[in-house]
Design a protein around this ligand. Structure first.
Ligand code: SF4
Length: 406
């Protein structure tokens, strides 16, 4: 089910500043720019927008360094200045990402902004429904089996408690479209309560229905932020890219450090790993979601190569949905059951083989049908091309016999 074409109206400026990625925020930000004389020059270099640029840097740094996404707490959005900082810091950060022309970087930033939105929405019972209706076509509250019906009376604590325990249901088509991007058994279709085309998001002791809705929304919000940035990428001129080179360089350096940290975890032999394995590791460390097949492949390769389990868990640390406990448990399961890593055919079918004909000489070989063969081939090649080691001898150096001529 596509995202609704006419989102509900949002006029509250605090809400628009809190969620500046909302489609409803675009015209508000434009009006703010006109009201406060904020043009591109002011945004990029002007003293008035200095705070917004500082907050944008934090947004960008968090998107690389924090597994929880962008820091929830920004300026005080109950003041006009705070709202300006929040709105234009998002706008500036998006400009920097667009200037990068790097889809992986954009995906990582979108993921971090969406993770921040999820954290806010879990607490935001007032706006959850409106924002849900912005991104999901079929969504509605249903009665709460534990505490009675949803609040409909006057404001107050009673209503607040009831609002928090609202149980939501989402259209099956929306659920089916979103859930493959989320890992965990509770998101698999056979494990959910489906009735008459609706999926009920049950309250669990540690996972409320509203939090589950916020989790689903995170995926749609991420896609929206990412699509917007990719679309606006073509509007970045060379001059603009040059003016954004400094903040962009900062993000690129952070990313480079992050990737080398992930790979250095497991020692020096990663140069032997096949492109499919390297790509999955790089994607995970950049916060790009990798499908279940790719994750299982990576864990089974790590087990086959006898990499330490902690190192394997470390590969997943940048994943958008990383949980130390869940990942450790799943990795342990793969190591214990000694799964055989999938072959090239299955990796290609499941979109986990990144090479095209001509990209990689070893992968191009007619006999190449398994990533383990790739490793054996590269190791053999390295042995053959390595400089010969001097043979050990019992003789003292000055007694070494001269080699016979051929
Ligand atoms: S051809 Fe095989 S070994 Fe090479 S990248 Fe694709 S799946 Fe991996």
């Amino acid at each position: 089910m596509p995202v609704p074409t006419s989102p509900p109206e949002v006029v509250d400026e605090v809400t628009l500043a809190r969620y500046p990625f909302l489609p409803q925020a675009t015209s508000w930000i434009r009006t703010m720019a006109v009201t406060h004389n904020i043009d591109l020059n002011e945004l990029l270099d002007g003293p008035w927008m200095e705070k917004a640029r500082q907050r944008a840097r934090i947004r960008l740094i968090d998107s690389v360094q924090s597994k929880d996404g962008v820091q929830v707490i920004g300026g005080d959005i109950h003041t006009e200045e705070g709202r300006l900082v929040e709105a234009f810091s998002f706008y500036y950060a998006r400009l920097v990402m667009c200037a990068s022309e790097d889809e992986r970087l954009i995906a990582r930033w979108a993921q971090a902004e969406a993770a921040r939105a999820e954290q806010l929405l879990i607490q935001d019972s007032v706006n959850l429904e409106t924002i849900a209706r912005t991104y999901v076509t079929e969504i509605e509250p249903v009665s709460d089996l534990t505490t009675g019906v949803r609040a409909s009376s006057s404001m107050g604590m009673r209503e607040l408690r009831q609002q928090r325990s609202t149980v939501w249901r989402i259209g099956l088509a929306d659920f089916v479209e979103i859930c493959p991007r989320i890992t965990g058994q509770r998101w698999r279709l056979p494990n959910v309560d489906v009735e008459a085309g609706w999926v009920k998001l049950h309250d669990e002791r540690q996972y409320a229905s509203s939090a589950k809705l916020a989790r689903l929304l995170r995926e749609r919000i991420k896609s929206g932020i990412e699509a917007d940035a990719l679309e606006k990428m073509s509007e970045v001129t060379t001059d603009l890219a040059v003016r954004l080179a400094e903040p962009l360089g900062m993000v690129r350096n952070l990313m480079a450090n992050k990737a080398s940290e992930a790979i250095a975890l497991v020692g020096a032999e990663e140069s032997d790993w096949p492109p499919c394995m390297q790509k999955i590791i790089a994607d995970l460390s950049s916060g790009v979601n990798v499908n279940h097949f790719g994750r299982l492949f990576l864990a089974s390769m790590a087990a086959t190569l006898a990499l330490p389990q902690e190192a394997c868990v470390g590969f997943f640390r940048g994943a958008p949905d990383f949980s130390e406990a869940t990942t450790s448990y799943q990795v342990q399961h793969v190591y214990q059951h000694e799964y055989t890593p999938a072959g090239c055919g299955k990796l290609k079918v499941n979109h986990n083989c990144p090479v095209l004909p001509g990209d990689n000489r070893t992968c191009d070989q007619s006999w190449m049908d398994h990533p383990l063969k790739y490793i054996r081939a590269t190791q053999r090649w390295r042995r053959l091309t390595a400089p010969a080691e001097p043979k050990p001898t019992d003789s003292a150096p000055d007694e070494t016999p001269s080699p016979s001529p051929p």
